[in-house]
Design a protein around this ligand. Structure first.
Ligand code: PXG
Length: 294
């Protein structure tokens, strides 16, 4: 018996040190594939069915045929967590076009590859939840809808990585990308929200944001708390002059933004609406009705 993490690859489990894929895999050669980042809290996988559904929609959009059903995928994730005796986890679910030759043509890849990693993640800078994070609006535009669209959660994350490199280089915690018209699209792995006069605004997915599952939970919380939410284009000016701003994402959860390109947002401290949503989001993730039991 080993203490190593057990990684699921195409229906088999391998210890982390032996979990390997072919160098001819098109996910590796071309970023040709799709993925999900999912969290489990206290024995419940948060919105697992929604994540699996988004994975299959992403795959459909790139004509990638996943060789197992959505129900089987849900079971495979649960089984991987059970095998690793994990109750709290960050799960990376990857479907690659699979092994082909050195040409681009996906027809050369007969079978998609499935990988499930159940591990942990920590991407929040310092005590981000209490102090908020600083962000940089980068020159790197979000993937346009008529190219490697931001709507597909594909393995092409170079765009996001370039944004992150720019934030790192400029000493900001996180990056915010603009869409093709110069409005705010999203972070490199997070959706963006602002608060103005007690109301919440966030950009649409149609111009450059992923339909975030954490964002969706925030939409529902706004409804419950009777906070007006508007999905609309946000200019850089609108975020600079917002009362509050925050990121949402599976890895990041809900994190206040205290500064954007050196402009202090509101008071420079997490504001009341953001704090309320952070507290309510904690309750949502703790409620087993919002997920799948391991
Ligand atoms: N936008 C993008 C581009 C994302 O990749 C989100 C928004 C938030 O979506 P969810 O459904 O998680 O609320 C994501 C997802 C990371 C990391 O290391 C982040 C994601 C995926 C993989 C890694 O920060 N975020």
């Amino acid at each position: 018996m080993t203490n190593e993490l057990q990684i699921y690859i195409d229906g088999q489990y391998y210890p982390k040190s032996q979990a390997k894929i072919s160098v001819y895999d098109h996910g590796f050669l071309y970023g040709d594939g799709v993925f999900e980042g999912i969290r489990a809290y206290n024995g419940v996988v948060f919105k697992l069915k929604e994540h699996v559904d988004r994975l299959y929609r992403s795959a459909h959009a790139i004509t990638l045929n996943i060789p197992i059903t959505q129900e089987e995928m849900v079971q495979a994730v649960v089984e991987t967590l059970r095998k690793n005796k994990m109750k709290d986890s960050y799960i990376r679910l990857i479907v690659s076009r699979g092994v082909g030759d050195l040409g681009l043509d996906p027809r050369k890849c007969p079978k998609a590859g499935i990988i499930i990693i159940a591990d942990t993640i920590n991407i929040k800078a310092g005590n981000a939840s209490e102090t908020g994070v600083t962000a940089l609006i980068t020159w790197v535009r979000r993937n346009p809808v008529d190219a490697t669209t931001s709507e597909v959660k594909s393995l092409n994350y170079l765009n996001s990585i370039l944004g992150k490199i720019e934030a790192n280089a400029c000493g900001a915690d996180e990056a915010i990308c603009l869409e093709q018209n110069g409005c705010i699209a999203e972070g490199v792995g997070e959706n963006v929200f602002i608060v103005k006069n007690g109301e919440i605004l966030t950009p649409p997915t149609s111009t450059g944001a992923l339909a975030g599952i954490t964002a969706e939970a925030i939409y529902k919380l706004c409804e419950k708390l009777k906070i007006k939410l508007t999905i609309t284009n946000l200019t850089p000016f609108m975020i600079f002059t917002a009362d509050e701003a925050f990121f949402t994402g599976t890895a990041m959860e809900v994190v206040p933004i205290r500064e954007v390109n050196k402009r202090v947002i509101g008071s420079g401290k997490p504001g009341p609406v953001t704090k309320k949503l952070m507290a309510e989001f904690k309750k949502v993730i703790a409620d087993p009705v919002n997920g799948t039991k391991i």
